[in-house]
Design a protein around this ligand. Structure first.
Ligand code: SAM
Ligand code: SF4
Length: 333
């Protein structure tokens, strides 16, 4: 373990490649109640058999091993994490681990209003909600079955019980919401939320034709600055990972950009991912997976699990070159 206490150090690759891993993203399910155009097809998804999905107890053991390496923060994601039965049980288990830092949740917000208080009580610190448009009809078009009013209620409920300010993830697509980015960004003027604009990533079987829909970071930024004035550099929020963060002059909230495509940030990426079926991944796109299920079932092999983290960090690429064939929802975006 490192002296700093909050990082897994991979010295195997030499000084240039030392990586500080601070966050483990735990994808608790591959299921979802939405079918976002950029994330999964309407029909024909192959869901993981239930027996292959890690139990909460197994996830807790992986988290315990992460903590033994100084990885203190956990982000619960999916698929849609609020579809997993009684997610608060896992939250409470993580909160009970010695040294556990921030616990956050990334959700589509559909089930957030009714769950927010329980999540907060169990130990979640903050939530990120995906919201690509503020137009109800467009929202339904992008998500194929979403309900904008429910998501907005969910965000308000989360903030009312102390899970805010909410971070908002916006995947930018040329024909669906590029014309809205300035209006969405303007919400940060009098609102403490951080809005993060994400470049569309060509993962798995997205239904978007990449060349048609991809909008690079500089085009998104130009639109915002033309309408609202220059962006000033701002401090990172806790757990904001590789987003580049700015603020409009005098604004209450912040604006982030996640430009994994036009300006990859592999060398500063500080997270590992655990898929619902127990694959430890060093990169969303690339770098391979380590199957940790044999270390948690049928019985715990703590030494094997500990080593799996070391092996995984060595797999972390300097730059991603492949996009794999898993959907974002299967990895845990
Ligand atoms: N269902 C939850 C949600 O939508 O927030 C959590 C999982 S979702 C896979 C996590 C994030 O990945 C969301 O903010 C979503 O917009 C983003 N995402 C999914 N597919 C993407 C893609 N192809 N390119 C960029 N972002 C994507
Ligand atoms: Fe579901 Fe999230 Fe993927 Fe949308 S982005 S389909 S809400 S997992």
């Amino acid at each position: 373990m490192n002296g700093a206490g909050s990082a897994l150090l991979s010295e195997a690759q030499g000084p240039r490649d030392i990586r500080y891993v601070r966050t483990l993203r735990i994808s608790v399910t591959d299921h979802c109640n939405y079918r976002c155009l950029y994330c999964m097809p309407e029909e024909g998804m192959h869901w993981l058999p239930k027996a292959e999905i890690l139990t909460y107890e197994e996830m807790r053991e992986v988290a315990r091993a992460a903590l033994s390496h100084g990885i203190r923060d956990f982000k619960l994601t999916g698929g849609e994490p609020l579809l997993r039965h009684d997610l608060t049980t896992l939250v409470a288990m993580l909160r009970g681990l010695d040294g556990c830092g921030e616990i956050s949740l990334t959700t589509n917000g559909h089930l957030l209003a009714e769950n927010a208080t329980r999540l907060r009580t169990a130990g979640v610190d903050r939530v990120t909600v995906s919201l690509d448009t503020l137009d109800p009809d467009r929202f339904r078009e992008v998500t194929r079955r979403g309900d904008l009013a429910r998501v907005l209620d969910g965000m308000a409920a989360a903030e009312a019980c102390g899970l805010g300010p909410v971070k908002v993830n916006v995947v930018v697509m040329k024909s669906l919401n590029l014309d809205e980015v300035a209006a969405i960004a303007a919400h940060t003027l009098d609102n403490r939320r951080t809005v993060r604009f994400i470049e569309f990533m060509p993962l798995g079987r997205s239904l978007l034709r990449d060349a048609d829909q991809f909008v690079p970071y500089d085009e998104i930024r130009r639109r915002i600055e033309t309408a609202l004035g220059p962006l000033e550099p701002a401090s990172h929020d806790a757990g904001s990972g590789p987003a580049r963060v700015f603020r409009l002059s005098g604004a209450a909230g912040k604006i982030g950009f996640i430009h994994a495509m036009s300006a990859p940030f592999c060398s500063t990426c500080n997270r590992l991912r655990l898929t619902p079926d127990g694959q430890l991944r060093s990169c969303l796109f690339d770098g391979g997976e380590i199957d940790v299920r044999p270390f948690v079932r049928p019985t715990l092999d703590a030494a094997g699990l500990h080593q799996a983290f070391l092996d995984c960090v060595v797999l972390k690429p300097d730059a991603h070159q492949h996009y794999g064939n898993r959907q974002m929802s299967q990895i845990g975006g």
